[in-house]
Write a protein that binds this ligand. Structure first.
Ligand SMILES: [Zn+2]
Length: 461
């Protein structure tokens, strides 16, 4: 008998392996940070002597989901403050930019922990952030403590003149990017890794685009940036370079298999060809598209991107553009939006949407060899969904249940790197009550510091 740390037994195990096997009366054996075996409970019980057994009859076990775009600073502590009827540019420049610029170091750390808490508790074990606005070291420290898997980086741009607090000239931007990579290339056994991140849109000079791609290649890591959520990006690139954004980036040599482009709502057929040719990933953020009126259902080409071979993964973005970070809810939208828009039920079947949220995300963050499925040799990033709930009952088709019926509320237990970070619906690594109390106080303080008006429409008496 082989010794293992944990044996989850008698569960329904959704492996997401190459054959997409779902194991009934299944077990998962965990040793250290790895999955060592997956299979029938009777087989594993005969082979493994665990330090701890978990009776899995109540659970559906899945791989942790991977969120390929989230702002863990700047937004979580001011969630919902920005009115939901502001046009895109007003949303960004009049509301988000001032809010981003006033967080203190402790507030950014707290913000990242609040974001990670929401992710973990809704079944997402890994994320790619949009770029920490100011205090990367503190954010990394907070993420190590809470136990999530993350790909992080600094907020880097060189064209916007405001706000002064994080304005950067090109040399400073490149220096900040390199410093972040040097300091955090691999932290906590690789659970946290720095990426080459730039803000994207029309905020970066050609020199910065090239430097960011060069840094990603040199450090053997990924490159991510926002592009074309709204028409302003293609309009800006066409005016300046006479080419659409992805055409210009291809000419600069920025595209590649290590690049994740966020949004890509306003793209044309040639840009899709370029994305596919360069084997890029796209982070599709359906909740932001809905809330900020990007037009994804009218002009989005996510079905065409997938058909062309682009790896389309899922993100939840910032908490004022998409006020929740539950990847299960976002996956539900991925499955549903184009079914309706194209009046075609074959668009994004549940199995495909769920694959995008797991293996697609893992591939986007260059970690498909480690996460995205439950297989021997991969990391034990596992989610135990609670069947003892109305939305999980009856359980007849697990893919439909995961995508169309369930959401993050049913996440009972979560492992990351073999460590139980959520147990019986509560974080094990932090005092949740204290986290929420501090986040509420910080949110009120941040809003007060900006001097922005309270635009809530219901009178408070
Ligand atoms: Zn974003």
């Amino acid at each position: 008998m082989d010794a293992v740390d944990v044996l989850i037994e008698h569960a329904l195990v959704v492996t997401m392996n190459d054959r997409r096997e779902v194991v009934t009366d299944g077990s998962v054996a965990i040793r250290g940070r790895d999955v060592v075996a997956v299979g029938k409970s009777a087989d594993l019980a005969a082979r493994y002597e665990p330090r701890e057994r978990i009776d899995g009859r109540r659970f559906v076990v899945t791989p942790g989901m991977v969120n390929t775009h989230i702002h863990v600073t700047g937004e979580p502590l001011t969630r919902g403050f920005v009115p939901d009827d502001t046009p895109f540019e007003e949303n960004v420049f009049q509301w988000l930019v001032p809010l981003y610029s006033v967080y203190t170091e402790q507030e950014e750390r707290l913000s990242a922990q609040l974001a990670a808490a929401e992710l973990l508790k809704s079944g997402c074990t890994a994320f790619l952030e949009a770029g920490t606005v100011r205090f990367v070291d503190a954010v990394v420290e907070g993420l190590v403590e809470i136990g999530v898997r993350a790909r992080i980086g600094a907020w880097v741009w060189d064209l916007p003149p405001e706000p002064e607090v994080y304005r950067q000239i090109t040399d400073e931007a490149v220096e900040r990017l390199e410093r972040t990579l040097a300091a955090h290339r691999s932290v906590a056994g690789g659970r946290i890794q720095a990426w080459s991140m730039i803000v994207g849109h029309t905020t970066c000079s050609d020199a910065l685009w090239r430097a960011a791609k060069d840094a990603a290649d040199r450090w053997e890591t990924g490159l991510n940036f926002h592009m074309s959520p709204a028409a302003t990006d293609p309009e800006g690139f066409l005016a300046q370079y006479g080419k659409r954004p992805i055409e210009h980036l291809a000419d600069l040599g920025v595209l590649g298999a290590n690049a994740v482009l966020v949004h890509c709502v306003h793209v044309d057929d040639n840009e899709i060809k370029l994305l596919a040719h360069h084997r890029c990933s796209v982070a599709h953020c359906p909740t932001t598209a809905l809330k900020v009126s990007y037009g994804v259902t009218q002009i989005g080409k996510m079905p065409e991107m997938r058909a062309a071979g682009v790896n389309v993964a899922i993100g939840t973005d910032g908490n004022n553009a998409s006020n929740y970070s539950d990847m299960m809810r976002a996956t539900y939208l991925v499955a549903g939006l184009f079914k309706d828009a194209r009046r075609d039920p074959k668009m994004f079947p549940a199995e495909v949407a769920y694959e995008m949220a797991t293996l697609g995300g893992a591939r986007a963050i260059l970690s498909e060899h480690e996460i995205g499925s439950i297989e021997p040799g991969k990391r034990a990033d596992l989610v135990l969904h609670d069947r003892d709930r109305p939305e999980w009952t009856p359980l007849l088709n697990v893919a439909n249940q995961l995508v169309w019926a369930a959401d993050g509320r049913g996440v009972h237990t979560v492992f990351v790197d073999g460590r139980r970070v959520v147990d019986a619906y509560r974080l094990t690594t932090l005092d949740e009550h204290d986290l929420y109390r501090r986040a509420q106080a910080a949110g009120e303080a941040i809003v007060a510091r900006t001097g922005l008006p309270d635009r809530a429409k219901w009178p408070r008496i």
